[in-house]
Design a protein around this ligand. Structure first.
Ligand code: SIN
Length: 287
């Protein structure tokens, strides 16, 4: 296990499918989970070879997955990119199939966001498996929202500590998706909720900023125009180089990040094939 600096760890020599399987893997998973939390909620496990069932099985060690309940997915723009046999798996891809149909969402997450923050119970861990990655480019950048919060002045912390923000998938639908793809349901409020601007991590007890430009529409009780001069400087602050880790993918990396204390941004600077599958763990209601 190697530290990646101020955020994250790299794990080599581990076979998720063999070493973490079943009850025997519980202790080892406990150690890895503790190291992941300690490192700020980012890890890359190199050189994995997993089936979709194994990917889901590993991800469920963090908690239940979105769509584990067997209910049909909410009909929103994103639902078309779910794996047809395993709706728990969201496909991120710039490739098309033999009929010219997309095999996943092209340019997924090319904006700062925290996964599924527009739900009452937003994402906890995301487990992204880089099956095919470009030889150059296609990095994912992570912003450490705990470090960003801790670096704020006491005055600013005091000002934002009691605030809440509205998160709405409609923000991304309106700004990040090409018109023919976006559907009316994206704007009906089914994917909208209110969370504290500063959340306390359920496992570490640390405070983090919990706002993101991708899904946060405005501060609760404020107009969007009033919210902007408060939110924008916080985004600028949180995405300063000092708080970032940039992940350069190798084929068969499994990257696990904690959406409760990190934002991420997928850099769209490549043309070569990139195909990834993501399982997303349902988290607790932020407090
Ligand atoms: C995502 O937002 O989950 C996609 C990240 C990536 O493609 O790097």
């Amino acid at each position: 296990m190697n530290s990646l600096g101020t955020l994250g760890i790299e794990i080599t020599g581990l076979d998720i499918c063999r070493d973490l399987a079943g009850d025997a893997g519980d202790n080892l998973f406990g150690d890895i989970h503790a190291a992941w939390l300690e490192a700020g909620g980012f890890m890359v496990i190199r050189d994995q070879d997993m089936t979709q069932e194994q990917h889901m099985g590993f991800s469920r060690r963090f908690g239940p997955l979105f769509h584990d309940d067997g209910q049909p997915p909410l009909q929103d723009t994103v639902s078309r990119y779910l794996h047809p046999d395993h709706p728990q798996i969201y496909r991120v891809s710039n490739k098309v199939d033999e009929n010219g149909e997309p095999t996943g969402r092209k340019g997924a997450g090319t904006y700062w966001h925290s996964d599924v923050s527009f739900r009452d119970h937003p994402a906890h861990a995301s487990v992204l498996y880089g099956i095919q990655v470009p030889p150059r480019g296609g990095d994912t950048v992570f912003a450490n929202m705990t470090a960003a919060y801790e670096a704020l002045s006491d005055g600013m912390k005091g000002m934002i500590d009691g605030l809440h923000a509205v998160h709405d998938f409609a923000v991304a639908a309106a700004t990040q998706y090409a018109k023919p793809v976006v559907i009316d349901n994206d704007f009906d409020g089914a994917n909208r909720c209110v969370h504290p601007v500063v959340r306390t991590h359920a496992d570490t007890g640390k405070k983090s900023l919990y706002i993101n430009p991708g899904f946060t529409s405005h501060l609760d009780g404020f107009t969007p125009a009033e919210s902007k001069p408060i939110l924008e400087p916080l985004y600028t602050h949180a995405t300063k180089q000092d708080f970032l880790y940039r992940h350069n993918w190798r084929p068969h990396d499994v990257v696990v990040w904690d959406n409760r204390c990190l934002m991420h941004y997928a850099v769209m600077d490549y043309t070569a094939d990139r195909y990834m599958e993501r399982c997303t763990v349902i988290g607790e209601k932020p407090v």
